[in-house]
Design a protein around this ligand. Structure first.
Ligand code: DC
Length: 224
C-alpha cells in the first residue's frame, strides 16, 4: 500500500516549495498538480480559444497529451505533446487560463485518473486544491496550507521578479484575488480544507518554519 500526503491551499501559501522539500526528505515523489492544469491552460491559450469557452475547451481535450517526467534532482517537468513546457506554464496569463479551465468538469475529469494513477504507483506528496477532498480522499496525511493574501502576493511577486518577469505587486495581488475567488467559488471540487486536514497558517512563518511544521505532522501521522 503506497503512502500519500495531500497538501492543499491557495497559490502563494508556500505549498509547492514545501511539498518539494518534504518529498525529498521522505524519499517520496512530488506531484505538482497545478502544473498539470497549467499545461492544459497553456494548450488552450495557444489554440486561440477563450479561457472561459467551455465548449471549445472540451473539443480540444483529445488533442492534449500530458506526460510528467522527473529529472535526477526530482524536479518535475511537464511534457505537453512532446514539448517540455515547464517554464512556459509559469506566466501570469497562463495562471488565469489554468484557473478558468480548472473550473470545467470535463477538464477535471480528464485529469483525475492521471493524478490517482501516480498515487497508486508511488509514495507521493501531492499538492493542489482538491487533493485531500477529491483526488485522494483516503490520503494518509492531509494538510491545508494558507497565508494572508498580502503575504502570498508578496512571495509570488518576488518569485516572478527573480525570474525576470516585469509585473507590479498590485497586478500580482489582483490576479491572486481573482484566482482565489474563482478556485474557491467554483461548483466542482472547490478549494476548501478537507474535514480531516491539519490547518497550517504560514503568514508569519519562514519557509524553514513552515517546512518544519509540515514535517512534524507527517512524521507523527506516518510514524517516520
Ligand atoms: O497551484 P497553481 O497556482 O500552479 O495552480 C494553477 C491553477 O490550477 C489554480 O488557479 C487552480 C487550478 N488547480 C486546481 O483547480 N486543482 C488543483 N488540484 C491544482 C490546481
Amino acid at each position: 500500500m503506497k503512502r500519500s500526503v495531500a497538501i492543499d491551499g491557495p497559490s502563494g501559501s508556500g505549498k509547492s516549495t514545501i511539498a518539494r522539500l518534504t518529498a525529498k526528505k521522505y524519499g517520496f515523489i512530488y506531484v505538482d498538480t497545478g502544473a498539470i492544469y497549467r499545461s492544459v491552460g497553456l494548450f488552450v491559450k495557444m489554440s486561440g480559444a477563450g479561457s472561459k469557452d467551455s465548449k471549445a475547451v472540451e473539443k480540444l481535450l483529445p488533442e492534449i497529451k500530458i506526460d510528467i517526467r522527473y529529472d535526477a534532482d526530482g524536479v518535475q517537468h511537464m511534457i505537453l505533446n512532446g514539448e517540455d513546457v515547464s517554464e512556459r506554464i509559469r506566466t501570469p496569463e497562463v495562471s488565469i487560463y489554468a484557473s478558468d479551465v480548472s473550473a470545467m468538469p470535463h477538464v477535471r475529469a480528464f485529469l483525475l485518473d492521471m493524478q490517482r494513477e501516480l498515487a497508486r504507483r508511488y509514495d507521493v506528496v501531492m499538492d493542489g486544491r482538491d487533493i485531500g477532498t477529491v483526488v485522494l480522499p483516503d490520503a494518509s496525511v492531509k494538510i491545508f496550507l494558507t497565508a494572508s493574501p498580502e503575504a502570498r502576493a508578496k512571495r509570488r511577486h518576488l518569485e516572478l521578479k527573480a525570474k525576470g518577469l516585469d509585473v507590479s505587486f498590485e497586478e500580482v495581488l489582483s490576479d491572486m484575488e481573482y484566482r482565489d475567488r474563482n478556485d474557491s467559488s467554483r461548483e466542482i471540487a472547490p478549494l476548501k480544507p478537507a474535514a480531516d486536514s491539519v490547518f497550517i497558517d504560514t503568514t508569519n512563518l519562514t519557509l524553514e518554519e513552515s517546512t518544519e511544521a509540515v514535517s512534524k505532522v507527517i512524521s507523527e501521522k506516518l510514524g517516520l
